[in-house]
Design a binder for this molecule. Sequence first.
Ligand code: NI
Ligand code: MN
Length: 226
Amino acid sequence: MADGIKYLGHSAFYIKSGEYGILIDPWFLHNPNVTFDINREKITHIILTHGHSDHFGDTVNIAKATNAKVIAIFETAIFCQKMGLNSVGVGMGSAIPTDFGSVRFLPATHTNSLPNGEYGGLAASVLLDVDGVKIFHAGDTGLTREFELIGKLYRPYYAMLPIGGHYTMGVEEAIIAAEMLNAEEYIPMHYNTFDVIAADPIEFKTALEEMGKTCHIMPANEVLTF
Ligand code: NI
Ligand code: MN
């Protein structure tokens, strides 16, 4: 795959930059609509926003198969270490340097439990600097004023926002979040996977275009090249 962002359904993305391949919230191996061969693609890092099963997903299998480094909030990273994975824990608000650039963990208003039911530390959103390209992945979150500060301070270029409601903000709140973030290009996520998170991405896209922003409604497997 050329350098860019590939959508793997729900909140899962694969970001490729040169010799590095980064998976965010890799829950996709169950999904017959997703074509992504973990043994053929380069996977060097896995970034987790939190430990819920629709985000933690296939982390253990993928990390064991590829030896990718798992980066997560402290308690979630400790769990990964106990599972035998190469994992680094990060504190909320902090960034750590990585081979591809850096990753910063930022507040999300959400809960975080691990696959075994234990508490996983704070749920997070993440800001990646991938060779100078700033990508914000909101994880699961409600609407919070944090978006305003994140936008002002870090100026993300791409932003993935949940729009499905029920577990996260819905379209109406995501539009306000986008306004506060002031990124340039948006990708809606975490919608229409289950009945309870049904949402219309066109409504989101239309509102963003009225703000002069770009919105990519990505079907699974679509790639956005940098
Ligand atoms: Ni969640
Ligand atoms: Mn979720």
